[in-house]
Design a protein around this ligand. Structure first.
Ligand code: ZN
Length: 170
C-alpha cells in the first residue's frame, strides 16, 4: 500500500512524530529567477556548461545550437522519443521543453532564460540586420516612412539613417 506525503505525515503524527515543515515542498516550487534554480544531478545540461554556452554565444540562436549539440541533451532527446525521432527542438515558447506547462527539467528552464536574455541583448550588440527586429531607439534610423511609421532599421555608424535610406537619398 502506498501513501501520499500528506497521509504519511498524518500517520507519523498520530504515532507521535512531529510534523515536518513544508520547506522541502516549498523549495521545489518553480521560480522565474534563474539564479534561484538550484542545480541537481538530474539537470540534463549542467549549469556551468550552460553558462559557458551563454558566454560563447553572440546571438540567441548560437546558444540554442550549442544546447542542441550538447551530448547530454542529445541523449535526453533520444530518450524522450524512444530513439525513434530526431532531436527535440525547443519549439515555439519552449513548448517542447515542457510537459503540461511544467518544465521537463530546470536546466531547460534555465536555458530558456538565457535564450530570451540573449534575444533581448541582440540590438545592443550589433545593428546591421535591422529588418528582423526593432533596434533600440538610439540606434534606430530617423526616417519616417510613407506609412507614417519610423523606419525600424538600424542607423549606420556615424549617420542618423539606415543603409537603405542612405542609398535612396544619395
Ligand atoms: Zn531607414
Amino acid at each position: 500500500m502506498e501513501y501520499s506525503i500528506q497521509e504519511s505525515q498524518e500517520l507519523l503524527h498520530q504515532l507521535g512524530v512531529p510534523r515536518i515543515q513544508n520547506e522541502t515542498l516549498q523549495s521545489q516550487k518553480k521560480t522565474w529567477n534563474r539564479e534561484k534554480l538550484n542545480e541537481n544531478n538530474d539537470w540534463i545540461i549542467q549549469k556551468k556548461k550552460l553558462k559557458e554556452y551563454e558566454s560563447s554565444s553572440e546571438v540567441a540562436k548560437d546558444f540554442l545550437n550549442r544546447v542542441y549539440n550538447d551530448e547530454n541533451y542529445i541523449r535526453w532527446s533520444l530518450e524522450q522519443s524512444n530513439g525513434t525521432k530526431r532531436k527535440i527542438a525547443r519549439g515555439a515558447n519552449a513548448k517542447n521543453w515542457k510537459n503540461n506547462g511544467e518544465w521537463f527539467c530546470d536546466s531547460l528552464h534555465f536555458s530558456e532564460n538565457i535564450y530570451s536574455n540573449l534575444g533581448k541583448q541582440k540590438w545592443t550588440k550589433s545593428g546591421n540586420h535591422g529588418k528582423q527586429d526593432t533596434p533600440c531607439i538610439e540606434d534606430q534610423c530617423t526616417i519616417i516612412t510613407k506609412q507614417g511609421r519610423r523606419c525600424n532599421r538600424s542607423k549606420m555608424d556615424n549617420y542618423h539613417i539606415c543603409t537603405q535610406h542612405f542609398n535612396m537619398l544619395n
